[in-house]
Design a protein around this ligand. Structure first.
Ligand SMILES: [Zn+2]
Length: 90
């Protein structure tokens, strides 16, 4: 696979930080698994990862979270326990 942005680098496995803003809510996911271009640092996320990011952002918005920073691998656990509390780790 050749990077579609710079057309010279090769994306390799790594992690990236994803910032998602929706309707005034800002959620930052750290250590999201992605392929990172070795040349221009463009990141490529798997569809499943993108789905989980969006889903989690929707859940956070419903829960009234306006701003949060979280580790991506903790997302699933957070969803199970988030119904009654708002965790701020900014
Ligand atoms: Zn590139």
């Amino acid at each position: 696979m050749i990077c579609v942005i710079c057309k010279s680098g090769t994306p390799e496995s790594g992690t990236t930080t994803v910032t998602l803003e929706r309707g005034g809510n800002l959620i930052v996911f750290r250590r999201v698994p992605a392929k990172i271009c070795s040349n221009c640092r463009e990141s490529y996320l798997d569809d499943g990862v993108v789905d989980e990011v969006y889903h989690t952002a929707d859940e956070a918005a419903k829960a009234g979270v306006e701003f949060d920073v979280r580790e991506f691998h903790q997302v699933s656990a957070w969803l199970l326990t988030s119904s009654s509390s708002t965790v701020m780790r900014a």
